[in-house]
Design a protein around this ligand. Structure first.
Ligand SMILES: Nc1ncnc2c1ncn2[C@@H]1O[C@H](COP(=O)(O)OP(=O)(O)OP(=O)(O)O)[C@@H](O)[C@H]1O
Length: 372
């Protein structure tokens, strides 16, 4: 899929911006704090209806404005799709071809993106919550039903946690109610887990191959789903629900004591190993970076496999950080199949081949001038 154009109104430091794109690589060049990341972020927000930098949509609206809008005509395999996202302090409205989408889960997926930014190192180095967010965002991009189950899971989880707290404080004695929440939560947990197992397995297949390529066969990368419950991939859905219910029974007293749900997808994680060694704990800086890059490149292939088209790639301030060998590998993945948006402070350190294929946009204080 390709963005034919992009227009922004009151988005961060852009009052009004209108750009057209041509060719595989779009290079945004400028000094610090001029608005390069803002452009890449706006494409990410257009795709996922959420920023990768902040959970607060209000920050995306230009100061002194009361709304922001992002629009683009996206060329997909089956034709051109016009996407529009409007953000206000009260919420967001998403349109596909002029039709307002009642549910964001029906909107997300009209455009697929993969973002690679310096903070993505947190997928390897960060806390479990960051890896869970990564899994949820990535599966959500290709599976609207996953987003739907996830939002239901979180609602039921909240209610169940409230009941556990009430039971702990003896404000409630309703173990029957707990049993009802258990049934609902177990069913949703299993639905999420099935998707996550599959995602990690497929991601690993691609990431392993890519990582071997980057390291000239010296390193083998593996991914492991770290499960807080005893549900396994091999179990059929019904059996898995029974296993989950039995597990809730087993931890019940502890959960009541703590007033919160101790097992399930909201407590899970995944780990990365290089040649059998945990990268998060023992990996060198270089190994952690390469692992993060392998995962990002794997995502590109995974999305292609799932939706039949390559996503758009957003490289925020990372391309010039990669050495020649890694840039070459990245270019091989991109070729002219993956439209790529790159932000950089300068063109030094970029391979000649990248520059040759790139359209250049110069970014200064929230305005952009272009040059081919
Ligand atoms: N809501 C907003 N309204 C107006 N301006 C904003 C808003 N949010 C951020 N900015 C401005 O956007 C600029 C930052 O832009 P951006 O994050 O794109 O930087 P950048 O060009 O990628 O720089 P760097 O290379 O340092 O990452 C800052 O000048 C900041 O003041």
């Amino acid at each position: 899929m390709f963005l034919k154009n992009l227009s922004l109104t009151n988005y961060r430091n852009y009052k009004s911006l209108s750009l057209s794109f041509d060719g595989p690589i779009q290079l945004f060049i400028g000094n610090n704090a001029q608005g390069k990341t803002n452009v890449l972020e706006s494409i990410y927000v257009l795709a996922l209806a959420k920023s990768h930098r902040t959970p607060r949509d209000k920050e995306l609206i230009a100061w002194e404005a009361d709304y922001a809008a992002i629009r683009s005509d996206v060329l997909r395999r089956y034709g051109s799709v016009r996407l529009e996202l409007q953000l206000t302090a009260k919420g967001k409205r998403a349109k596909i071809n002029g039709m307002e989408q009642q549910k964001l889960s029906a909107y997300v997926g009209a455009l697929n993106v993969v973002m690679f930014a310096p903070e993505d190192l947190s997928i390897v180095k960060g806390a479990p919550a960051q890896r869970r967010r990564f899994i949820d965002m990535e599966i959500g991009q290709v599976s609207p039903t996953y987003l739907y189950y996830l939002s239901n899971y979180n609602k039921v989880l909240q209610q169940r946690n409230q009941l556990l707290k009430d039971l702990a404080m003896k404000k409630s004695h309703s173990l029957e109610m707990l049993a009802i929440w258990n049934t609902q939560l177990a069913d949703l947990a299993v639905k999420l887990l099935k998707k996550r197992f599959e995602f990690i397995r497929k991601l690993e297949t691609w990431a392993r191959e890519i990582h071997t390529g980057i390291t000239d066969g010296r390193e083998t990368l593996s991914l492991h789903y770290e499960n807080s419950s005893p549900v396994t991939e091999e179990l059929a859905a019904e059996q898995a629900v029974d296993v989950m219910l039995a597990a809730y029974e087993e931890v019940r007293d502890r959960e009541i004591m703590r007033g919160s749900t101790l097992i399930g997808p909201h407590r899970d994680d995944f780990s990365l190993k290089v040649n059998g060694m945990d990268v998060q704990t023992y990996g060198s800086q270089g190994q952690q970076r390469t692992s993060a890059l392998s995962i990002k490149l794997a995502e590109i292939e995974l999305i292609k496999e799932e939706v039949g088209e390559y996503p758009v790639l957003l490289l925020d301030d990372v391309l010039s950080e990669l050495d020649e060998h890694r840039q070459t590998l990245l270019l091989e993945t991109i070729q002219d199949r993956v439209q790529t948006f790159v932000s950089t402070t300068g063109v030094e350190g970029l391979k000649h081949q990248v520059l040759q294929q790139a359209s250049r946009f110069y970014v200064k204080e929230g305005s952009i001038s272009g040059e081919r």
